[in-house]
Ligand binder design. Structure first.
Ligand code: GLN
Length: 478
C-alpha cells in the first residue's frame, strides 16, 4: 500500500483499526519527499527527525488505547509564514532566512493538541506576494503535474506538496487567492474560511484585513476535518470572531437539491481560458441535474476588485513590513550609522516584488494621496461587499472559475506584474468582502493540467460550501 497517497480520513481509519502505524505513514511521506523534492521543491525546511519522534509518541498513545483525534499521527505541511516554535520560519524571504520563532502560531498549537505531525515548512512567494511561488528567495516550486509550469501561489509549496503526495494535509494562507488559486492549479482542494474564523496569531502579516489561514487537502472530507481543528476564537487576535464552531464533518451531506447556485455574469467573460469555461459550465449543468437551481446574478463592481486590492493590500503591507529594520529580528546588514543600517538591510533583505508593494503602499498612504487612493479604495471595497450582499439575496452559493488560466509556464509572467496580478481576478473579491470560498478540482485541460472551480458563500457560510463541494466531488466526474 502506498500510504502517502491516502487521505487523512483513510489513514485515520487504518490507524484506529491498528492495520498501520503513524511511523509507517510518516516514513512513507518522508521517502516520497526525498524522491520528489529534487523536481518539485515544495519545501523550504523539513523536520523529519522531530516528525519521526512525534510518530513514535502517537503510536505509543494508540497502542495504549488512547482515543484518537482525526488528525492524530497524520503528517501535515505548513506554509512558511506560520510561526513554529524552534523551527525556521522564513516567509520565503532573505529578510527572515534564519528566523526561528520563540512561539507557535495559534493554528500550530491547535494542530499539536490534535496530535498532527509537522513534516516541514513549505515554499511560498516572499511575504505571500505573488501567484506563482516564483517570488521565493529560495527558488521556485514546480507544479507536480508538469514540472515546466508553476504551482500557483503564494501557497504554491503547500499545494504542490499535497498534489505530489509529499504531505497528507497542508495549511496555506489566502490574502487575495493564495490558497484557492494554487489549489486549482495543482488539482487539490483549497479552502479560505470567513475572515475572523481562524486566528491570525503567529501568521506573519501581509495585509491584515485580508489574510486568512485555511486547509489545502486531497478531498473535501479532509478539508472539514482540518477546519474543525483550526477554526475558533482566540483572544490573541483582535479580529478573531467569538462564535460557536459547528462540527464541519456534519456538512458532508451528499445533496444539493433545491440549492440556488448563482452564476455571476462578470466571471464568465472573454479572457477566461475556453477549456476552463467549458469545464465549469459542464459542472454547473451537472449540478442542475442533481436538483440545484441556476440563478443569473451580477456583481457589477468586479472590474474594480484588482485595482482596489492592489491599493489596500500594499498599503497594509507597507505598514506591516516596517518592522523589518534589522534591529528586532531577521537580517541585519551592519553599517556605521543607523539610517545606513536600515537602508542596507531593507535593500538586501527584500526582493523586487516586495519592494514594489512597499513603494505602492507608502505612496497610497502618503499625505495628499491618501484620500485619492487609499480612502477611495476602501469605499470601493464596501461597494464590492454590497454586490455580494445583493447577490446572496438571490442565491445560496456562487459558482465561478477559480483562476482564468491553468498553470502557466515558469518564467512566463515574472517580468509582467500586471498579468501576474490578473491571476487572482476571481478570488480577490472574496477577500475584500471577507466571505469564505473553496476551490475544488473540476477536470483537466487537453494538456493534462488541472482546472479549479470556485464556490463562494456569504459570511460564515462554511457549511454550505462544504455541502456543495462534497456533493460535486461525490457525483460529478468533471
Ligand atoms: N497573488 C496575490 C498577491 O500577490 C494574492 C496573494 C495572497 O493571497 N497571499 O498579492
Amino acid at each position: 500500500m502506498n500510504l502517502e497517497k491516502l487521505t487523512c480520513h483513510e489513514i485515520h481509519n487504518l490507524l484506529k483499526s491498528k492495520e498501520i502505524t503513524s511511523l509507517e505513514v510518516t516514513s512513507a511521506v518522508i521517502s516520497r519527499i526525498e524522491a520528489k523534492e529534487p523536481d518539485v521543491h515544495a519545501y523550504i525546511t523539513t523536520t523529519f527527525d522531530e516528525a519521526l519522534e512525534q510518530a513514535r509518541i502517537a503510536d505509543k498513545e494508540i497502542s495504549r488505547g488512547k482515543e484518537l483525534s482525526p488528525l492524530t499521527g497524520i503528517p501535515i505541511a505548513i506554509k512558511d509564514n506560520m510561526c513554529t516554535k524552534g523551527i525556521k520560519t522564513t516567509c520565503g524571504s532573505k529578510m527572515l532566512h534564519n528566523f526561528i520563532p520563540p512561539y507557535d502560531a495559534f493554528v500550530i498549537q491547535r494542530l499539536k493538541e490534535a496530535g498532527a505531525i509537522i513534516i516541514g515548512k513549505t515554499n511560498m512567494d516572499e511575504f505571500a506576494m505573488g501567484s506563482s511561488t516564483e517570488n521565493s528567495y529560495f527558488g521556485p516550486t514546480r507544479n507536480p503535474w508538469n514540472l515546466n509550469t508553476v504551482p500557483g501561489g503564494s501557497s504554491g509549496g503547500s499545494a504542490a506538496a499535497v498534489a505530489a503526495n509529499e504531505a497528507i494535509l497542508a495549511l496555506g494562507s489566502d490574502t487575495g487567492g493564495s490558497i484557492r488559486q494554487p489549489a486549482a492549479l495543482c488539482g487539490v482542494v483549497g479552502f479560505k474560511p470567513t475572515y475572523g474564523r481562524v486566528s491570525r496569531f503567529g501568521l506573519i502579516a501581509f495585509a491584515s484585513s485580508l489574510d486568512q489561514i485555511g486547509p489545502i487537502t486531497k478531498d473535501v472530507t479532509d478539508c472539514a476535518l482540518l477546519l474543525n481543528v483550526i477554526c475558533g476564537y482566540d483572544p490573541h487576535d483582535s479580529t478573531s470572531v467569538n462564535r460557536p464552531i459547528p462540527d464541519f464533518t456534519k456538512s458532508l451531506i451528499n445533496d444539493i437539491s433545491g440549492i440556488k447556485i448563482g452564476i455571476p455574469d462578470e466571471y464568465f467573460i472573454e479572457g477566461v481560458d475556453p477549456e476552463i469555461r467549458h469545464s465549469v459550465e459542464k459542472t454547473i449543468s451537472a449540478m442542475e441535474d442533481l436538483g440545484a437551481i441556476r440563478v443569473r446574478v451580477s456583481l457589477p463592481h468586479t472590474e474594480y476588485s484588482v485595482p482596489t486590492y492592489y491599493l489596500i493590500a500594499p498599503a497594509e503591507a507597507s505598514s506591516n513590513l516596517a518592522r523589518y529594520d534589522g534591529v528586532q529580528y531577521g537580517l541585519r546588514i551592519q553599517k556605521e550609522g543607523l539610517v545606513d543600517m536600515y537602508s542596507h538591510t531593507r535593500t538586501q533583505g527584500f526582493g523586487n516584488e516586495v519592494k514594489r508593494r512597499i513603494m505602492i503602499g507608502t505612496y497610497a498612504l502618503s499625505a495628499g494621496y491618501y484620500d485619492a487612493y487609499y480612502l477611495k479604495a476602501l469605499k470601493v471595497r464596501t461597494l464590492i461587499k454590497q454586490d455580494f450582499d445583493e447577490a446572496f439575496k438571490k442565491c445560496d452559493v456562487l459558482i465561478t472559475p477559480t483562476s482564468p488560466t491553468p498553470a502557466f509556464k515558469i518564467g512566463s509572467k515574472v517580468s509582467d506584474p500586471l498579468s501576474m496580478y490578473l491571476s487572482d481576478i476571481f478570488t480577490i473579491s472574496g477577500n475584500l468582502a471577507g466571505i469564505p470560498g473553496v476551490s475544488i478540482p473540476c477536470g483537466q485541460t487537453q494538456d493534462g493540467l488541472p482546472i479549479g472551480l470556485q464556490i463562494l458563500a456569504p459570511l460564515f457560510g462554511e457549511e454550505r460550501l462544504l455541502q456543495t463541494a462534497y456533493t460535486i466531488e461525490q457525483n460529478i466526474n468533471c
